[in-house]
Design a protein around this ligand. Sequence first.
Ligand code: RIB
Length: 313
Amino acid sequence: MNKPKILVVGSMNMDLFLQQANRIGNHGESVICGDYGYATGGKGSNQALAAARLGGDVVAVGRLGKDANGDRLMESLNSAGVDTRYIVRDEEAQTGLAVMLVDQSGKYVSYVSIGANYRVCLEDVRKALEAEAFDMIVMQLEIPLETVYQTVELAREKNIPVFLDAGPAMHIPLDRLKGLYILSPNEAETEALTGINVDTAEGALKAAKWLYEQAEPRYVILKLGSRGALLYDGKSAQFIECFKVDAVDSTAAGDTFGACLAVQLCKGRPIEEAIVTAHAAAGICVSRVGAQVSIPTEKEVEDFLAEHCGGNR
Ligand code: RIB
């Protein structure tokens, strides 16, 4: 079968990650951390690279500064086989930079200097969409919201399903997103969008229903961290457990989950099975440090599934 053709529109950042922070500090405090490192990241570029490593034929749209960090991101995406021809090297802005504070449980808080990402516009997207045909568009919210809305509208005209990974957490109007194929926020993003606490199964279900009514996607998929995922299709809801792994850094795990899911769905996998495969990809990612360096290949995911579920998936 041909690889699914996926357009990823989104942010591209260099990540400076500091590991093993005891806690997130207050103003005026210095919090001692463990080792640090740099890794290519950004929600859009993580998803582009993940979709390529996991079996997609991927075109990326985004903006990078004309600087050394931009060069490193280009190298990373090119080496994964992502088509980078539509990425703009912007002379007016720096490449985005994210400072990721990772605590001892592997959870993180990030501070993002958004730079060139905030100059991604519909024209950038249109160039790719006019040149090629796509099975799916994958997007996040780390670029201008207007570009997200306009891309959803253009995709609707062209009948291309849109997978919106709703990060980072923000409260936004959902009416211009009607007709998405998938709306997939994590816990913090769900709470920001809905105002509903998702710590309990009841809360998560209530939030999924609320999102479904507001954005009318085909599916709402909540990423609930170690509790797995909640799939809601407007009629029924299913909690789909994830794999238990030793988590060291959750950076890019949600991005990997979404990218893997998009590839699997484009390949025609039933949604429940696609979610299990996406859990495997995200499980491998959280067991490694850094953003793109931690994203597994298709073969690694197959091996993981063979080890954890045998032939039963
Ligand atoms: O989703 C993880 C990403 O969010 C990081 O790579 C960082 O760049 C931030 O954008």
